[in-house]
Design a protein around this ligand. Structure first.
Ligand code: GLN
Length: 318
């Protein structure tokens, strides 16, 4: 972690300078990844290579900069929570969605059950497991998995996204904590769908195989207020994008969201597969680095995004 209020004097209109900054961000990511660990609580994820690293940037102006492992596929994991929330807002609306899940950072680990049992019957936000499972319980009543998969493909501008059966089976077999969450929600009478169907769709969405480029595209669509910049098609109402990006900013990096918000300052979402999507003012960024820190966030991805944010002045509040 480093921080300085010195504003670097860099000519960002110079393509070479932009490329140099991304090169440095990549190098920082590779270096930082050495001190991380791949997730192993889902056995299939333990097979990832901790040295993999890639970064992809896509700007509204149409520029793409990609370095390292940006085409290698990995499971989207918790980044699917952004897509599930977008679908819920689109098909059920703001009022219905947030009648069943709150909008508050939890300050707890992504898979925590603590506050759900002791503080509130409703999950704190859609970016943690309890909240995402609750959102999924609503979605099971209006969408099939195939429809959600199509929505994910459109949001990531990537027709190549597919269900990783190995990860899905591995999660289904070992996801007892998520099973506990769904039944706790049911026992409180707040769950909106059938528990096993809810879990199944939740696991499937976590097991979609994406790459750093698809995440950069997702970031770009969020940056572009929900409009595909190539086709001009609006995927959801721009007002919903504001809600999604706000929740990404306050809750997208779990119990590291506060520190990340200060040091990077870009609405972002991470997944234990090693991905991070970031939606800055003029660009989407996707990083892939399966070596994680203790909070379950990609350690290389955070290092790279910190560098990028500082040198490209991407912090929302700068
Ligand atoms: N599928 C994972 C889980 O539910 C997602 C967690 C994550 O990416 N942080 O545990």
């Amino acid at each position: 972690m480093y921080f300085t209020y010195e504003q670097p004097k860099i000519d960002l209109s110079d393509e070479k300078e932009r490329k140099r900054i991304v090169d440095e961000a990549y190098a920082n990511g590779v270096e930082a990844a050495k001190s991380g660990k791949v997730a192993d609580y889902i056995p299939e994820l333990a097979k990832a290579n901790p040295d993999d690293f890639g970064i992809c940037i896509k700007t509204r102006a149409g520029e793409t900069i990609a370095i390292g492992e940006t085409q290698k596929r990995f499971s989207i994991q918790s980044i699917s929570k952004v897509i599930n929330l977008a679908a819920s807002l689109k098909y059920l609306g703001f009022r219905e969605t947030f009648s069943h899940v709150m909008l508050e950072p939890s300050g707890d680990a992504f898979n925590s059950i603590l506050k759900l049992d002791t503080v509130s019957d409703l999950p704190f936000n859609p970016m943690i497991n309890a909240g995402a499972i609750q959102v999924m319980s609503m979605l099971t009543n209006v969408l099939s998995f195939d429809e959600l998969l199509s929505f994910a493909k459109a949001f990531c501008m990537d027709d190549g996204i597919y269900l990783n059966e190995e990860v899905y089976n591995s999660e289904s077999l070992t996801g007892d904590r998520n099973r506990a969450i769904v039944y706790l929600l049911k026992s409180k009478g707040v769950l909106q769908g059938e528990p096993e169907k809810t879990l199944d769709m939740y696991f499937k969405m976590c097991s979609l195989n994406v790459n750093a480029e698809s995440l950069a595209n997702l970031g770009l669509i969020l940056t572009n207020r929900g409009q595909n910049p190539l086709t001009g098609k609006h995927l959801i109402h721009p007002g919903y994008i504001r809600t999604i990006r706000s929740l990404m900013f306050t809750c997208g990096m779990y119990d590291e969201s506060g520190e990340y918000g200060v040091l990077v300052g870009i609405p972002s979402k991470s997944g234990v597969g090693g991905g991070i999507v970031a939606s800055a003012a003029e660009m989407g960024v996707g990083t892939f680095g399966p070596a994680l820190n203790k909070k379950g966030n990609s350690i290389g991805g955070i290092a790279a995004l910190e560098h990028l944010s500082h040198l490209m002045r991407l912090n929302m509040f700068s």
